[in-house]
Design a protein around this ligand. Structure first.
Ligand code: HEM
Length: 438
């Protein structure tokens, strides 16, 4: 299909913004608001957002759409090939430090790599790459981290029920130990401070920065980094830090993103509870790299991306399908549309972990962890921690959803609320010492 840049009218721009962007802002870009997430699942608003972009494409074709929003120009990219170009050509000419992203993340990580430019971004991204070992499928501290996962997650299987809040508390105990060492296990004050700052960050420009709280949070992190615990991520960070790399701000992003990882892991558990075939295959994943469980987590973030909007801003004029787009234009990729486009993808709404093992996901252009030079540097670490966590939870137990959840793995909702339903973890019949002999 020939592609061209289309310029939307005021009305079309506003209605796309409200229908596709509205639910994402309402549920909280940086800190999810449980009540709104529940409401979105009940009303299916996020599916309407995807449908609004599909209609836009039906009217104008799959070239980029320029939204008219006051003086600011925003381009919404619809074609996977355009998305790939945007991500590959990051940070020059497409900087991840967009005006909107800066306004949100600066509430708690003013020198985070995602909102830095030029040499400062280079040195901060490189610090992230070194400490998180982004290029390695298995982090050199993986064995230590797996034993922390086992320590923190095993007590959960002894409980009759598992709510997201209980899971999240255990996940953060695990995250703090991996990050800062065992002494930080119960440092909930640190995580609470960040939750407050993230709550503000949901409002971006609309809320003034709480500079004292932010300084307290960053100096609390810095204390851990000054005397890093052996075999912790802090130790890796401290030893790779260089002038201008601002390690404590990078940790701000890490701690924030660990929350996204907890939601993704819990959602994977919910879908596995609804999909006995996938659960069975996960339990048989004997390979120590747990490829099928990793694929399940990737599939959960495809279906419910925890970063639903990927934003960039051009630092110079750029050429798109024969048209020059001025510098300082904002670019947006709406991941729920890219990942769940029912007009393009036969498996759009189905839980299909196999697509991450047979090359389909790559061919279809799914990017829940972004791609290119700003791809999430913790992708491998997250998949390792999440799959180890799931393995611990399902090895001898069967996750069971309440009946009223009615989650159908062949037709999944556009929003999956992790906050409301409480799972049961019941001993798996095959492993129960009391199972009747067959
Ligand atoms: C489910 C879990 C996660 C998902 C889906 C995810 C996804 C992403 C995405 C999409 C981006 C790019 C954002 C953009 O371009 O605007 C990103 C960036 C980043 N993520 Fe993650 N992330 C996750 C967890 C984590 C964790 C746990 C950490 C740290 C331990 C982390 C560290 C980072 C960093 C440092 C960046 C910035 C990279 C840069 O500046 O180039 N992420 N992540």
């Amino acid at each position: 299909m020939a592609q061209q840049v289309s310029r939307l009218t005021w009305i079309e721009s506003l209605s796309t913004l409200v229908q596709a962007g509205g639910p994402l802002f309402a549920k909280g870009i940086i800190l999810r608001r449980p009540m709104i997430v529940r409401w979105l699942q009940a009303t299916g608003q996020e599916r309407r957002g995807i449908a609004a972009i599909q209609r836009l494409r039906g009217r104008h074709g799959e070239g980029p759409a320029v939204l008219k929003l006051g003086v600011r120009k925003e381009m919404l990219l619809l074609a996977p090939t355009d998305v790939q170009r945007l991500l590959d050509d990051t940070p020059i000419p497409f900087s991840p430090d967009s005006r909107e992203k800066h306004a949100t993340l600066a509430h708690f990580e003013p020198a985070g790599s995602l909102i830095s430019r030029g040499p400062a971004r280079e040195v901060r991204r490189s610090l992230n790459d070194q400490a998180l070992e982004s290029g390695c499928p298995r982090h050199s501290l993986a064995s230590r981290f797996e034993s922390i996962v086992a320590d923190e997650m095993t007590p959960l299987v002894g409980q009759a029920t598992l709510s997201f809040e209980t899971f999240r508390a255990a996940w953060f105990r695990m995250a703090r130990r991996c990050l800062f060492g065992d002494d930080a296990r119960d440092d909930v004050a640190l995580t609470r401070m960040l939750f407050r700052l993230r709550g503000d960050a949901n409002w971006a420009f609309l809320k003034p920065k709480r500079k004292h709280l932010r300084a307290r949070f960053l100096s609390h992190v810095a204390r851990y980094l000054h005397r890093p615990a052996p075999n912790s991520l802090a130790e890796r960070l401290a030893s790779a830090a260089s002038p201008g790399s601002r390690p404590e701000d990078q940790v701000g992003q890490w701690l924030f993103a660990f929350d996204a990882a907890s939601i993704a892991t819990f959602r994977t558990l919910m879908v596995l509870a609804a999909d006995p075939a996938a659960l069975g295959r996960s339990r048989e994943d004997r390979d120590s790299a747990r490829p099928f469980l990793r694929a399940c987590v990737l599939e959960a973030v495809r279906l419910w991306p925890t970063t639903p909007l990927v934003l960039r801003q051009s630092d110079r004029p750029t050429l798109w399908h024969g048209q020059t787009i001025p510098a300082a234009t904002g670019f947006a990729v709406h991941l729920p549309f890219l990942h769940r486009d029912t007009e393009r993808l036969p498996h759009a709404d189905r839980f299909s972990p196999a697509i991450w093992l047979d090359g389909t996901a790559e061919r279809d252009g799914f990017v829940p962890f972004s791609a290119g030079p700003a791809e999430c540097p913790a992708k491998n670490l997250v998949l390792m921690l999440a799959s180890a966590t799931l393995r611990t939870l399902i090895r001898l137990h069967q996750p069971v959803l309440p009946e009223e959840s009615a989650l159908d793995p062949h037709h999944l909702p556009a929003t999956l609320d992790p906050f409301t339903w409480v799972l049961r973890l019941q001993p798996h019949p095959r492993d129960s010492p009391c199972a009747a002999p067959t």
